[in-house]
Design a protein. Structure first.
Length: 246
């Protein structure tokens, strides 16, 4: 029988994995989530009464089972997205489509060739570290593509920043600190370029307003009149980013 990570047998559905409970300082109410890697999580606010958990789960059991089944179906229908060894890498933002092949070798190496088409050859000494190799490769790609591009947009809209870095955040496309230090998600290279630019504009505008106030959106609108569509699209598209990246 599946259990939560406190050892309580509270999930009745045998098909579901072990429930993980996470206390969030930001959460205002309890929420169940099926995560991108198939884990099932219950997020609760800091002061949530633990005794209410079993009832909360049973009230949401039907939803959870349905959502998990949808996840499993999505996984079956999109094997490439969930593959540990992807056969292709589609960097839409820069129009680079890479086919990938793998070879066991004594030393780990990434070999790029782009004669007729772009091909990436992953030579690996440890099968379990392929994902790390791919991530390192992607990090380099993302840096060389996104950093100069971001700077170009900053100059174009005339909003300055202090520093910019590329990271592998799990849940955010970018962020901006009160000192105007911006970090961008390396997965931005998978988006259509219009969305990547929108994220640049979104973060740059946060250097003027560290919130999502009316004045903030008015500023965004000055540089991207289509920002509402882009914002919505950005939320939808996060479910298509390959899992090996995350
Ligand atoms: Zn924002």
């Amino acid at each position: 029988m599946p259990k939560d990570n406190l050892g309580n047998e509270i999930i009745q559905d045998e098909l579901l994995p072990e429930l993980e409970i996470r206390i969030s300082l930001k959460a205002k109410y309890a929420q169940l989530k099926v995560l991108y890697d198939g884990r099932v999580e219950l997020v609760i606010p800091k002061d949530y009464n633990r005794k209410r958990i079993p009832q909360f789960i049973s009230e949401n059991q039907a939803w959870l089972s349905k959502t998990y089944a949808t996840y499993q179906q999505h996984k079956q229908e999109n094997p490439e997205r969930f593959a540990n060894k992807p056969n292709f890498i589609d960097l839409q933002a820069c129009n680079e489509y890479w086919t990938v092949e793998y070879k066991q070798a004594t030393k780990s190496k990434m070999i790029e060739s782009s004669n007729l088409f772009r091909q990436l050859r992953v030579e690996y000494s440890d099968e379990n570290k392929i994902q790390e190799q791919l991530k390192r490769w992607l990090q380099k790609k993302a840096k060389s593509l996104l950093l100069p591009w971001f700077d170009e947009i900053s100059k174009k809209i005339n909003i300055d920043y202090n520093s910019v870095s590329i990271r592998g955040q799990k849940t955010r496309w970018g962020s901006c600190s009160s000192e105007a230090n911006i970090s961008l998600n390396r997965s931005l290279v998978f988006l259509p370029s219009s969305l990547t630019v929108y994220v640049f504009i979104h973060e740059l505008c946060h250097t003027r307003h560290l919130n999502h106030s009316k004045s903030y959106w008015a500023l965004v609108k000055k540089f991207d009149s289509n920002y509402k569509v882009h914002e919505k699209r950005l939320n939808e598209i996060s479910t298509s980013i390959p899992i090996w990246v995350i």
